[in-house]
Unconditional design. Structure first.
Length: 360
């Protein structure tokens, strides 16, 4: 089994819905389930946050994806503890990584940092930071034994607007990640960028080959410019090109997953409940293809599902691809005082399904 994927262990304390959770024994392909409200999305969103800290909207992107408006002191909901302090830590391929988060007033040097920059955005941030009783979320991220200055953000809220100022943002964790969900599909422009990149690398034929395995009618793939926007087009049996954005939800989801894993060499792809648009017959083939690409490109995958059928079919497809040792299924249990990760390998999943044992 190849073990050069990025995340080895991930721990959260007093952040999002978690008092504490330790996700260890992480593998290359991790399918995650659990009852509603158990924290599945919160877990992978926090993992994505940990590699997205160079983005000033990193804290609120999950709310933006879902169209949830934020106002007032809503950022407090990120902390389940009255202390308004949380911790995230990770063991990774490049070493240990630690993130401290807290809600309260900004540190003095964060205000000074904003005041030194006089462009309009910074002036707005400075006015928010220096306002009486200003409060927000402070983030401090540091790599384990590295003497470099920690990366720091302070994020405050003014109505619907999030203001952020940062220090030492060059010292990031340094791995690429793609987040896919029913709430956050790839914009056509971004999908076109991924496809263009792969085509420039001579991988157009490989994309079509994978897509044919999943949808035999695929004949060709192209990126065309529509006005100011580039879009991905697919030619099916009639040789006519159709915008991917106008094709069925299942086909579009398949294309996004395949291309995202192909383009994320040495990185991570997060997939949040995209299986609802897929016919059951394609799921084993899809996961066989994703397992093959993930191993070839050294990509780590975290995917959420509620479907027992998806869990069983993914296990079958990955086993048939010869990548069983890369896979695990993880169920998240809410134990009141903490959350627990329960791990299953492929054989345990298939035995449980055969014996009609509930594993979700």
């Amino acid at each position: 089994m190849s073990t050069n994927f990025f995340f080895k262990k991930f721990t959260i304390e007093d952040f999002r819905v978690f008092r504490s959770i330790s996700f260890d024994k992480i593998k290359r392909i991790n399918i995650i389930s659990g009852i509603n409200g158990s924290g599945k999305s919160s877990l992978i969103e926090t993992m994505f946050l940990s590699i997205d800290l160079n983005n000033p909207t990193c804290l609120v992107r999950p709310f933006q994806w879902r169209g949830i408006p934020l106002s007032g002191d809503d950022l407090k909901i990120l902390f389940p503890s009255d202390s308004m302090k949380g911790k995230v830590s990770a063991k990774t391929l490049s070493g240990d990584y630690f993130i401290d988060l807290s809600y309260g007033p900004p540190a003095r040097d964060m205000i000074m940092s904003a005041s030194r920059n006089l462009d309009p955005t910074a002036r707005n941030a400075y006015s928010q930071l220096s306002a009486p009783n200003a409060e927000g979320v402070s983030i401090l991220a540091k790599k384990g034994n590295i003497a470099a200055e920690p990366s720091r953000w302070f994020m405050s809220q003014n109505g619907d607007n999030i203001n952020a100022t940062g220090i030492g943002l060059d010292n990031q964790i340094g791995v690429a990640g793609v987040y896919l969900s029913q709430f956050a599909p790839l914009p056509p422009r971004e999908m076109a960028e991924y496809v263009s990149k792969l085509m420039k690398q001579g991988q157009k034929g490989k994309i079509i080959e994978y897509m044919k395995m999943l949808s035999p009618g695929v004949k060709d793939l192209a990126v065309f410019q529509d006005g100011q926007v580039a879009q991905t087009y697919v030619a099916l049996g009639d040789d006519k090109f159709t915008p991917l954005a106008l094709m069925g939800g299942g086909f579009k989801a398949l294309a996004e997953m395949v291309v995202s894993v192909m383009v994320s060499r040495n990185g991570i792809v997060f997939i949040d409940e995209l299986d609802s648009a897929l016919h059951f017959s394609v799921i084993p083939k899809l996961w066989g293809v994703l397992a093959e690409i993930a191993n070839l490109e050294n990509v780590q995958i975290f995917a959420i599902t509620h479907s027992r059928e998806t869990i069983a079919s993914a296990a079958t497809g990955i086993k048939d691809s010869g990548k069983s040792s890369d896979f695990q299924y993880v169920r998240i249990d809410d134990m009141d005082t903490h959350h627990r990760c329960v791990h299953y390998n492929i054989d345990e999943i298939q035995d449980a399904i055969e014996l009609h044992v509930e594993v979700r």
